[in-house]
Design a binder for this molecule. Structure first.
Ligand code: NDP
Length: 433
């Protein structure tokens, strides 16, 4: 606690996991002798570096860059890069810690890592973003590699940023390897990677609903955010028969009782890079409300928070319960506060935690790594079918672990335990390292 006192998000993530692991640790006294938990919560390596770049006015700017290589017991470090002004070491450590369990749950051979910068791509020109990405990669390239650490995108890091960083890596190292995922399709990217986190979230949710005698069909869905995860969650939830009626950004939310017109949202967010409120310009029947938190007061059956950490608090959780929402699954990382999760669990709401529900992105990134290693590309349908199988498998693992430890339906506990088991066994096999 004391060691990480200035990193509240990291402490929050660790506390939730350790609480779930109590019965497993009790059943394995050898873990204590091996200092397993103490080693698990300490990153293998934290890299912190200066990122200098020159803006369009010729002025030198300096940002902070981070890469936390958290755990490589089951494979090379793998996890996204986040560019957002709120980024500091504690955010990257919380994300890296979560990533260890998430990656394990996918069943694929990937360890956990995360990185990023306090750089804000919003309002920057393409030239500025490129110069920043080149500077960032100049340092990061010394620490990553296709068999060492393979970063991907996250908040503020999409196809454009990955392209600039990949170009710089290739130039510095003179090698064409799968060192980043989320790449463009012309240079080693995987079909369905763009869609993977949002689609995977819906496949997980569908499996969770089915196991409890429910489905998306005919249900009203609220999704927060309007970035990569939110957009493709909207697409898949709609394909599965749901009606998505609200989306948001950090300024406010839109409500369209007829169901969100996703083509319009994609044009605003992916092409024009504008704010979600633009939606009402072409859809006068829809409403725009200032303040992103209000989205949780929109009546719905299923809520999918897909924006950012701690965006859904106790009050919002109570509003969802009051409106008879019966399922919540997390597309973002740690979007629900511990108090909100307690409200869901004490009111019988089906709750799919992030490390299980949003693992589709990293799972498909691992499939991109496999394709790069083979110098081969699978079709969209092949990748999508593998993704669906992986997400259903993750739900199965969470469900059976929750049953094994006498907490049936507690998928938070199920995900933490199932993710932990493989990492713990590998760490024990490797000795005290
Ligand atoms: P993007 O940058 O594409 O989108 C983030 C979206 O969330 C933006 O619309 C942003 O709006 C909005 N947002 C940020 N803060 C808030 C807030 N407080 N309330 C409402 N909206 C907000 O990121 P992604 O979609 O990639 O990531 C979203 C979440 O999903 C993150 O938690 C990320 O870690 C997680 N995730 C992403 C994966 C991926 O493959 N992309 C994989 C697994 C998890 P604005 O423009 O105003 O900032």
């Amino acid at each position: 606690q004391k060691r990480n006192a200035n990193e509240p998000e990291f402490l929050q993530a660790v506390e939730e996991v350790l609480e779930s692991l109590e019965p497993v640790v009790e059943a394995h006294p050898e873990y204590e002798a091996a200092g397993l938990i103490e080693r698990l919560v300490e990153p293998e390596r934290v890299i912190y570096f200066r990122v200098p770049w020159v803006d369009d006015n010729g002025k030198t700017q300096v940002n902070r860059g981070f890469r936390v290589q958290f755990n490589s017991a089951i494979g090379p470090y793998k996890g996204g890069l986040r560019f957002h002004p709120s980024v500091y070491q504690g955010i990257i450590k919380f994300l890296g810690f979560e990533q260890v369990f998430k990656n394990s749950l996918t069943g694929l051979p990937i360890g956990g890592g995360k990185g990023g910068s306090d750089f804000d791509p919003k309002g920057k020109s393409d030239g500025e973003v490129m110069r920043f990405c080149q500077s960032f990669m100049t340092e990061l390239s010394k620490h990553i590699g296709a068999d060492t650490d393979v970063p991907a995108g996250d908040i503020g890091v999409g196809a454009r940023e990955i392209g600039f960083m990949y170009g710089q890596y290739k130039r510095l190292r003179n090698e064409f390897t799968g060192v980043l995922t989320g790449k463009g399709l012309t240079y080693g990217g995987s079909l369905a990677r763009t869609e993977a986190t949002g689609f995977g979230l819906c496949y997980f949710t569908e499996a969770m609903l089915k196991a409890n005698g429910k489905s998306f069909d005919g249900k009203t869905v609220v999704i927060s955010g309007s970035g990569n995860v939110a957009i493709y969650a909207t697409k898949k939830a709609t394909e599965l028969g749901g009606k998505v009626v609200a989306l948001s950004d950090s300024n406010g939310y839109i409500y369209d009782k007829n169901g969100i017109d996703l083509d319009c949202v994609k044009q605003i967010k992916e092409v024009e890079r504008k704010r979600i409120k633009e939606y009402v310009n072409t859809h006068p029947e829809a409403e725009y409300h200032e303040g992103c938190k209000g989205i949780w007061t929109v009546p719905c059956d299923i809520a999918l928070p897909c924006a950012t950490q701690n965006e859904l608090d106790e009050e919002s959780a109570k509003a969802l319960v009051a409106n008879n929402c019966f399922a919540v699954a997390e597309g973002a990382n740690m979007p629900s506060t511990p108090e909100a999760i307690a409200v869901f669990q004490s009111n019988g709401i089906l709750f799919g935690p992030a490390k299980a529900a949003n693992a589709g992105g990293v799972a498909t990134s691992a499939l991109e790594m496999s394709q790069n290693s083979m110098r081969y590309s699978w079709t969209f349908d092949e990748v999508d079918a593998k993704l669906k199988g992986i997400m259903e498998g993750i739900f199965e693992k969470c469900d059976s672990a929750s049953k094994e430890y006498g907490k049936e339906g507690n998928y938070v506990m199920g995900a933490n335990i199932a993710g932990f088991q493989k990492v713990a066994e590998a760490m024990m096999a490797h000795g005290i390292v």
